[in-house]
Design a protein around this ligand. Sequence first.
Ligand code: 3PG
Length: 205
Amino acid sequence: MDLFAHRIIPIVVIHDAEDAYPLARTLVEAGLPIAEVTFRTEAAAESIAIMSEVEGMTVGAGTVVTPDQVEFAVESGAQFLISPGLRADIVREAQLQGKPILPGCITPGDIMAAQALGINTVKFFPADRFGGPEGIAGLSAPFATTQFVPTGGVSASNMAGYLRLPCVPAVAGSWMVPQHLLETGDFDGIAALVREALGIVASLG
Ligand code: 3PG
């Protein structure tokens, strides 16, 4: 399983689990069969379970902030985990469950603590507030083996700047699945945003 094969991970906030199946189908058909479903809503676990059943989909859980949520997410079908920050007990639980985890890291100390836990790929969040691509370039200088997945404020208009950095295997963000399109059932609109993002990746060569 290569989480970064497409260089983009859509972040989705699902309030109604009925949206999970059509959303997963839309992502598969648009050519981006991966999603981080945030553990911020009542519908998250059920949505992960539904989306995981769609052939070809890789589904992870985001906004994981306790070790219990790691266990619950994995039971629901999550194949990877993303946390906004770094907590050793959360990382260890994910490792115990045999699932990759991207903890949020924003300082050199965070990265060193992640390294001590055997983590070399981290979420850089909130990327726009911490210097954007220049912030990552500066932070990465002493950490040649660390890879960064910027999240927070990433969009079609700035994703290329991140993806051009050698230490950035992928970006993640919610811009491809905006709430208003999900709530109005505009899956064609979501597919168009996904295709636009994939086109930007393709243009990078
Ligand atoms: C996250 O859950 O990682 C962030 O809230 C996503 O940030 P975005 O909505 O700006 O993409």
